[in-house]
Design a protein around this ligand. Sequence first.
Ligand code: ARG
Length: 591
Amino acid sequence: MKKLLDVISEYVAQAFRALELDEKYAQVVWSARPDLCEFQCNGAMALAKTAHKAPIQIAEALAEKLWEDQDSMFEDISAVKPGFLNLKLKKEFLASYLAEMQKSPRFGSDPLSKTKKIVLDYGGPNVAKPLHVGHLRSAIIGESIKRILRYMGHEVIGDVHLGDWGLQMGLIITELSERKGDLPYFDPDYTGAYPETPPFTIEELEEIYPTASARSKEDEAYKERAMAATHELQSGRRGYRALLAHILTLSVGDLKKNYEKLKVSFDLWKGESDADPFIPDMVEMMKAKGFCYESEGALVVDVAEETDAKEIPPCMILKSDGASLYTTTDLATLVMRMQELSPDEVVYIVDKRQELHFVQVFRCAKKTGIVPENVSLEFIGFGTMNGKDGKPFKTRDGGVMLLSNLIKEIEERMYERIMETDPEAQEKTARETAEIVGLSALKYGDLSNQASKDYIFDIDRFTSSEGNTGPYLLYTIVRIKSILRKYEESGRSAEDAGIGPASTDSEKNLMLRLAGYNAMIENAAEEKAPHKICAFVYELCNAFNHFYHETKILAEEDEKRQQSEIRLLMLTKDVLLQCIDLLGFEAPEKM
Ligand code: ARG
């Protein structure tokens, strides 16, 4: 279905043509002054020079021309100094647009005709380390972008890209070897099969890593052993690979549970270690084609470009001891992705502090031909989630906040709020509601900010049912559901009714907001920007609540008018539900 702005612009273009004005200036936009008009065309200003006329004269001529049409789509057209053309839609026209929108299965938004195969790299948790808030943003933003792109028709493959190949693995192996050194995994001469059950539990694993990490910071020899173990693991030592497999099984099971709670899912559970088999050939290719050279023992590829404002250091391919690095696994992962998936686009949703790493990886991948020119590599860097003190979010005692604890805190706060408003509420129902609404508070609090910006995690603000928050949206949806339920329970039906012209300004405003849905969603997908959906739903909820407070929907005596209002509510609810689904959360039945 055509976007409302296009329909209006095409109509206005006729007047441009009739006056022999270049119609490329006929583009109509949403009004910057909604108190004065709904739409505006600023073309007269741009045309003034070539037309040798004052902009206001052009705007006036256009207004006059547009008034000539008896069946105009406008109820008001005015030329305003210095040369704006201010427009207001006829209520009937707007109603017919909404009626069409209501009939369309996707509220007037068509899937794209040209779609792509996109690999989305998000989540990025590190195996054996518990999920902390740093990984929260990647998961929340990535999940929403995945849903938005799929909605537009793209084929999207979400890959969690586990961190399972770095020093943390060597640290765990080293600590284990000190604690349980007589296990067969540590015997280099052992050739038999290894036990099927892991020699530790997930709880132990979560304790082993921080212990080992702390010790490596004080004990240099220990750290060196861990680095050696990492290297041996990467070189294929059997016992260590078997341990890695155990660590992965336990960790992935645990991660899946956590992500499920966040309603985040992945199509692929690949890790850095899966790229390992691709490293030798990749390095050979880079050597054979002369892309890399030795620098202080390490193997590097130059990626600096003449136009760089600041220096981009060479991309390290292998360390002097032959060990692979973060860049190595990311490059080899691209080799693997090109071979196994051959995507049109690979998009990374990672902390913006890793930008330099991705500049190096992308340039190196293009330069060496790992990724062909026509495949796009995109880095979406997100900002930090800060505490109220403006510093990265921590626990009360200054430690790293675990994601599971953060979720518990939000749910607890939400539960308190529910019990405050409704002390009679049943504990079980209140807890269930708190879980659903808590997730909206967490996700919306994050997604409503432009991803690249830092934001302040404010549990009181996020869980409030007033203001630009997840709970506010859900309250609005629940309110609409409740009106619709009461209407139905009274035995009435708006089944065959359509949406009629607005009777009030607030109703018309609600209709206008709704009509912007298809353009908004296309733009959010184009820019991979969930915050655009947030801004839209917030405005839509405000428009609805304004309308609701001014209108006695259930007590309306004019049956036709009431049916039209009910249909409008249904459409509002459906659009809101679609939007929150794209953001990655749900609404409860009651609140
Ligand atoms: N595991 C990494 C971290 O915790 C994030 C991985 C991001 N994705 C990637 N392909 N490098 O920092």
